[in-house]
Design a protein around this ligand. Structure first.
Ligand SMILES: Nc1ncnc2c1ncn2[C@@H]1O[C@H](COP(=O)(O)OP(=O)(O)OP(=O)(O)O)[C@@H](O)[C@H]1O
Length: 293
């Protein structure tokens, strides 16, 4: 059974004066246990809409979403779910410690479990120094990190993060990526939306690209990077000579190496020259027939 299953999902928002917005059209995808899954798409692609459906906040117009086989309309689907919304907002007058206590109570944790878990997540998100300060004095990055802390508090098996790196500086982004990798090592499933391709490239097993509410691509990140290989750079030197390098196409690699082995050229290393995920993402959006952002 898949951890997340999305079947033929459609969502149309009804605007004023019959202005309808079609946010999702026939979306199908599954996320398996232990996967880190990147949900990539430009602004307005339908990422938050999908996440709001998965977390039971809005209903789809048509189709079905399941968590561990349970329809998301059933609250028990969310029993082991940690969720970070796109723009987390908190009671400004509470301290982080107080807020986490409030969240822990909602998760039906007892006081001593909340205290231990709060200490753990505040440490993980590097907020321990500010734990007793009112949230109103927090920077944007601290608010985002508190959003992640509350999602992790009850140690859920599935994490759904809507743009987890949003508003974070490079140090904060690196910290969140490290946490996502740790979650994977613990066997957790992570589904997160973003429009930043490097975040996906560094931490995700698979990526789905959504454009104007339609799934345009769904691939393993490794496969994508492998597919994007445009050539190889061979580094080496002739005895006593300066180091040199040459660029060959994938089809030329074998013969070039065979020819080099007939000479005294010493091959020092071979590096693939490839498109990155950003190139793939931009090409996917460009090729999309309905890219009218
Ligand atoms: N409550 C709503 N009422 C009407 N239209 C909406 C509503 N929420 C979202 N939309 C529209 O649905 C489409 C998808 O929006 P959504 O927020 O899901 O995209 P997104 O991929 O999360 O975008 P972003 O990266 O900018 O957050 C957009 O055209 C948006 O304007």
């Amino acid at each position: 059974m898949s951890t997340i299953e999305i079947r033929n999902l459609h969502k149309t928002y009804k605007g004023k004066r019959r202005n309808q917005v079609r946010a999702l059209t026939d979306l199908n995808l599954t996320v398996e246990q232990g996967e880190v899954f990147g949900f990539l798409g430009p602004n307005g692609a339908g990422k938050s809409t999908t996440i709001k459906i998965l977390t039971g906040q809005i209903a789809p117009t048509k189709g079905l979403a399941l968590i561990n086989g349970v329809p998301v309309t059933n609250p028990s689907a969310r029993s082991s779910l940690g969720y970070l919304p796109e723009n987390p907002a908190f009671y400004q007058f509470l301290t982080a410690e107080e807020y986490l206590f409030f969240v822990g109570r909602i998760q039906q944790m007892d006081a001593s479990a909340i205290r231990a878990a709060a200490q753990r997540v505040l440490g993980l998100l590097e907020l321990d120094h500010a734990a007793r300060r009112p949230i109103k004095g927090y920077s944007k990055g601290m608010v985002q990190r508190l959003g992640l802390a509350q999602a992790l508090l009850h140690d859920p098996d599935l994490l759904i993060f809507d743009e987890p790196m949003s508003g974070l500086d490079p140090v904060g982004r690196a910290l969140v990526k490290k946490i996502i990798k740790q979650l994977k090592q613990e066997g957790k499933t992570v589904f997160f939306s973003t429009h930043i391709t490097t975040d996906v490239e560094e931490v995700c097993d698979r990526v789905a690209v959504l454009v104007n509410g339609r799934l345009q691509a769904l691939e393993a990140v490794d496969t994508l990077l492998q597919k994007g290989i445009e050539g190889y750079r061979i580094f080496g030197r002739m005895p006593g000579a300066e180091a040199s390098q040459r660029l060959v196409s994938p089809s030329e690699l074998k013969t070039t190496l065979e020819n080099l082995l007939q000479t005294d050229f010493q091959v020092e290393r071979i590096e693939p020259v490839r498109q990155n995920l950003e190139d793939f993402f931009l090409a996917t959006i460009k090729d999309s027939p309905n890219a009218d952002r």
